[in-house]
Structure formats: C-alpha cells, structure tokens
Design a protein around this ligand. Sequence first.
Ligand code: AMP
Length: 470
Amino acid sequence: MVESPFLKLGLISPLEKRLIEKKYSNPTPIQEKTISKLLEGNDLLGIAQTGSGKTAAFSLPILQHISLDIMKKKSDKIQNGHKEKRKPIPRALIVAPTRELALQIGKSIESYGQYTSVSHTVIYGGIKQLYQVAALTRGVDIIIATPGRLLDLIQQGYVDLENISHLVLDEADLMLDMGFIKDIEKILKNLPFKKQTMLFSATMPEEVSKLAKNILNNPIRVDVTPKKIILDQIKQYVYLIDTQNKMNLLFDLLKSKKMTHTIIFRKTKRGANYLGQKLHRSGFRAETIHGDKTQSARQRALRQFEKGRARILVATDVAARGIDFSRVSHVINYELPNIPENYIHRIGRTARAGSEGIAYSFCDVSEMSFLRNIEKKSKQKIQISPHSYENQKKTEVKTDNFKKNQKKIKSTKPANSTSKEKTWPKRNKRRFEKPQQEKKSEQSTPNKNKRGINTPKEKKKFFSHKKKKF
Ligand code: AMP
C-alpha cells in the first residue's frame, strides 16, 4: 500500500484518517513546509493568507501534541489505578481578528480532530457570554478567540491561560488594522513564557515584524504569498471610469448570467450599505456585510450567499477576510484599495479550490496611483477593458466646441490683423468690460452729496461751523 503523504509528514493515524475522508490527497505548500517542523516544536512565522491551507498547517500539529498528551496521561492513570474523568485545561490558544475567522477555525479544528478526544470552544463578542463561560467552566483543550471578548473574560477571571503550551496569532496584519495590537500585548502578559508560538500574517508591516521579533523564538519562516495562483487562475480586468458612472457600469455587468456568486468590495461601511440597499431595491438578491453589522446579521448574510439564496455579497475588506466559499465566480472592486495586498486578498476570494475566477476593478482618475502600485506589487499589467461610459463622447463634444469657437474667433479678426494681435469675439470682449450699472454707480458715488459731506464726522464738522456763524 502507498504511504499517505500526510503520514510522511509525521501525522498520527487518527488525523491522517480524517484527511483521507476529507479527500485531501496532498499537503498544500505551507502544510508541506511547516507540519513536520511544527511537530518538532519550532516557532513559526508564516506569511500566508486564507486559502493557502494554513489552518490545517497549525491545527494538525496542535491536535497531535494535545492528543498524544491525553493518551499518555490516560495510560498513566490506568497504570496507577486512577479512575476519575479527565477535566480538560486550555493548552492551546488561537487568536483571530474576526468572528467569522474564529468560527471558521473552530469548524476546521472540529473536523480535523474528529477522531481525537481533543475539545475546543470559540469565544467572540457580539453575543451573550453565558454559553462561552459555561464551556470554559466545563473545561476545554483549545480556545479559539477574538481579542476583545477574550481579554474581557480574562479580566473577569473566567479564562485560565497558565497552562498554554501553543499560541497562534492568525492574520496579525488585520489585527493591527483593526487596532487589536494593544489587546494582544495584554493577552500575552497572561501566558507562560515557555510555549510554541505561530504567527501568521498576509503582509508584513513594520509593527507586525516588530511583534514577531518580540514573541517568536528562532522561528522557521515560510512565505506562500499566492501571486502565482492569482496570475494563473484569475482573469483580471480594469475599467477606467468616472465615479459617477460606476453604478451604471456595475448594473450592466450584473445583468450577465455568468455572475452566479459575486462579491463586490467597497471601501467604506457606508458605501457598502448604500450599494447593498440600491441593489436590493433594484431587484438583485444581495446581502451586505461589514464591521458594524451584528454577528447574527453577518452570519445570516454569509449563509444566504453560501447557499446561493443571494447572488451578490457587498463587503468591506475587514469583514471579507474570513470568507472561504469555493463558488465565488466574480469579484468586483467598486473602488480600488490603496494597499496592494488588499487587492490580492480581495481577488483571492474567487478561484478557490482550483476553479477559475474573474476580477473586475473600477478605477477613476483619483485611483490611478493605486492601480500602478497594484501592478508593481503583482508584477503584472491588468488588462484595461472598454465600456460604454468612457469619456470619449465628452471629449469629442469638447473638441468640436473648441473648433467652432476657434472659427468664430478667426471670423471676428479684422482682415488686416497680424497673428500676434489679440482680437476677441464680441462675447468675450464683453466679459472684460464692466457692466453698465456698475459703471453708473461708480460715476455717481463721489457726487452723492454735492457739498462733499459723506461721513458723520464731516457732517458734525459742517454743522458746528454753521452754528458758530449764527
Ligand atoms: P485555509 O487557508 O486553512 O482557510 O484553507 C482553505 C481551504 O483549503 C479550506 O476549505 C480547506 O478545507 C482546504 N484545504 C486545506 N488543506 C487542504 C489540502 N491539503 N487539500 C485540499 N484542500 C485543502
């Protein structure tokens, strides 16, 4: 029998069995590069994003370590004749910036660990803490959490992190964007010094690399930025279009039946709301997600989109990070992002699981520098697509008018005038002459009072002089 590639990486059979069931025939590049090193206990700095298979890369070694430890303790107990039931204590902490991502990691851990007895719970804000506190009190091996709610529960004394031996910080750059770095620093203070730490980030801004330096101990570094995937599997087009025409172009594009599952990215939450409502009112089945929506509204929107009950999902960058649907056919950038990596993130929502995808971007004059930066970063030119709202018509009209005016100007020139002499058509001349009324008032002002008495001071002087005379 051929040995599974996952066994070769050193994974135990309960995990490998589940991967075979899930039809994972080969490890992804990040899994191949990291799993055996993580099983040895190394720290990791992973430059990777959702879609690379990073969740399995960090979850499988954690599940394996904890599972082996549980089995060892169990056999020790049997040997010593103890019969009491095991109460799990948190040994791994996975921190993710968004609720969606935390829930998705929770789902993956549940799935990968199906044949182990490792337990987990997901902790996130926006809902009552009651059930989360109950799960923590019962005891869990792995906590997956968003920073805010975790810190809140730590401060209330519900979370015991003294025995954490594995820490994962996922999407560190997004945590930075969302202002969570201070919370992370506070959480880190509650963790033991000796532990295996894994930090993942799609990009490496200075603050993240500083954080990585502070918390990682001689880490292995793996970079799996999916530029190659984007080049090969996503067809990219850009429309150079004025902002006021973007909506019309969008509606034209959405008429295509090929757009079965489309994500439209907007820069602001307000913009996302506005577009979502506009689409809805125009009869499109559209859902909207952004950071100001409640947790249940976001979950509902994602479900509607995933199940195909909504054809369109309008989203902001932050809310869309955790989205992993294999059926996204198109991505539309209603505005281009100013950070090139965000463009890669956005268009990476399509062409999942080996399928092809199409990305359209709308770019107005003010966004041209963003387009240039994106092309520079991805080392490729994005194809410019023609559309029916091009400025062409306007410029044609303008040049026509210009020519007509030129003719008029020529016709008003005296026959004997040299080319250097400036001669204006009557219409233009008038513009430089003062209006008649203004002229009149200018003339009349100095003669308002024939005696030259205009100010109160002058009046006083005049009358005092008269009084003296009498
Ligand atoms: P992630 O980057 O961890 O969010 O994973 C992205 C998607 O790839 C998820 O739907 C996983 O189920 C899937 N995936 C992860 N590893 C593999 C693999 N080795 N083979 C096939 N699919 C995988």
